[in-house]
Ligand binder design. Structure first.
Ligand SMILES: [Zn+2]
Length: 77
């Protein structure tokens, strides 16, 4: 599990989530994963793309095809 720090494409607040290789399809990179910003206010789903080392490439508000997991953000660790 890798802890990631990024920002929500909807509200721009800092977000934290944990991800591992089994959360994505490794057929091609960058690979999409759905992230739900769980803070009781935003709660929006966006798509984040990560590379083979689970580094975030980019994110988008759109729900893109190809993700196999939906991850929820966690409180600041
Ligand atoms: Zn948000």
């Amino acid at each position: 599990m890798v802890l990631k720090v990024s920002s929500c494409p909807y509200c721009d607040l800092k977000i934290f989530f944990r991800i591992e290789l089994s959360d994505i399809t490794t057929e091609r990179f960058p690979a999409p994963v759905y992230i739900v910003h769980k803070n009781g206010i935003c709660d929006q789903l966006s798509t984040f793309y990560v590379d083979s080392k689970l580094r975030i490439s980019y994110s988008t508000k759109e729900k893109k095809e190809g993700a196999i997991k939906t991850l929820h953000t966690i409180d600041k660790p």
